[in-house]
Write a protein that binds this ligand. Structure first.
Ligand code: PGA
Length: 247
C-alpha cells in the first residue's frame, strides 16, 4: 500500500507572521491524522519560523526550489545544505512555473534532484503537459521525456512524483478522474521501465485545482496517491479538509 501524501505549495504567498498564524490554526486540526504524509512548502523566508512551530508535529517542511551547488558565487540562490539547516526535509523540484518563468530545463532539474538527494532531502518531482501539448497529442511524449530526463541516473527512494497538467494549475479546471488516472498510469509505466518492480511503491501525486470538493474522487483513482495543492492550501480550514480526504 502506498501511504497517501498531501502537500501544500504556497508559492509566493504568506509573510512570516501569516505562516505562523496558519500553523497555529492548522497543526491542531490535523494532529490526529496518522495515515498520511503531510507536507507544507512555504516561501524561503518563512522556513525557519515554520520549522520551529512544526517541530515534533506530524507535518513536514519543504522548500519550493533548491540550487544544485553547495556554495559560492550564485547570487540569489539557496543551497541544499541551507535548506536542511533551515529545517527542510523535502523539496519541490521542477514545478511548471519554474520551467516556464525561470527556464528550468530537464537537465537543470536533474542536477537539482541529485543535489537534493545528496543532502538527504525528499524530492517532490513535478511534471506535466501544457494545454497546447495535450491538444497536439504530445502529452505522453512530454511526460516520458520529463520522467526519463529529469530522473536520469537517480535512485527511486525518496522521490515522489507530482503530475500537474499546466492547464489545470490555478485555473479551476481540474483534470477529470479519467484524465488523471490515464496520466498517472502512464507515468507509473514509465517509472517501471526505469525502476522495475520498485515503481509500484513510488507515490504519484495529482496537482492542479485540487479542492476539498474534488479530492475524494481523485484519491479514489488507482494510481493517484496524493495531491500537491496550491490555492486551496492557503487556508488552514481548507487544507485540513484536504488532509482528511475520504479514506
Ligand atoms: P493550484 O496549484 O492548486 O492552485 O492549481 C497547484 C500547484 O501548482 O502546485
Amino acid at each position: 500500500m502506498r501511504r497517501p501524501f498531501i502537500s501544500a505549495n504556497w508559492k509566493m504567498n504568506k509573510t512570516i507572521g501569516e505562516t505562523q498564524a496558519f500553523l497555529n490554526e492548522f497543526l491542531p486540526l490535523v494532529r490526529d491524522v496518522k495515515d498520511a504524509d503531510i507536507v507544507i512548502a512555504p516561501p524561503f523566508t518563512s522556513l525557519p519560523a515554520a520549522a520551529a512551530l512544526m517541530k515534533g508535529s506530524n507535518v513536514s517542511l519543504s522548500s519550493q526550489d533548491i540550487f544544485y551547488e553547495d556554495k559560492g558565487a550564485y547570487t540569489g540562490e539557496v543551497a541544499p545544505g541551507m535548506l536542511t539547516d533551515a529545517g527542510c526535509t523535502h523539496v519541490i523540484i521542477g514545478h511548471s512555473e519554474r520551467r516556464q518563468y525561470f527556464k528550468e530545463t530537464d537537465e537543470i532539474i536533474n542536477k537539482k534532484v541529485k543535489a537534493a538527494l545528496k543532502h538527504n532531502l525528499n524530492v517532490i518531482f513535478c511534471i506535466g503537459e501544457s494545454l497546447e501539448e495535450r491538444e497536439a497529442g504530445k502529452m505522453f511524449d512530454v511526460l516520458k521525456r520529463e520522467v526519463e530526463e529529469g530522473l536520469k541516473d537517480i535512485p527511486s527512494d525518496h522521490i515522489v512524483v507530482a503530475y500537474e497538467p499546466i492547464w489545470a494549475i490555478g485555473t479551476g479546471k481540474t483534470a477529470t478522474t479519467e484524465q488523471a488516472q490515464e496520466a498517472h498510469k502512464y507515468i507509473r509505466e514509465r517509472l517501471a521501465a526505469i525502476y522495475g518492480g520498485a515503481a509500484a511503491n513510488i507515490r504519484i501525486l495529482y496537482g492542479g485545482s485540487v479542492t476539498p470538493e474534488n479530492i475524494d474522487a481523485l484519491m479514489a483513482c488507482e494510481d493517484v496517491d496524493g495531491a500537491l495543492v496550491g490555492g486551496a492550501s492557503l487556508k488552514a480550514d481548507s487544507f485540513s479538509k484536504l488532509v482528511k480526504f475520504k479514506r
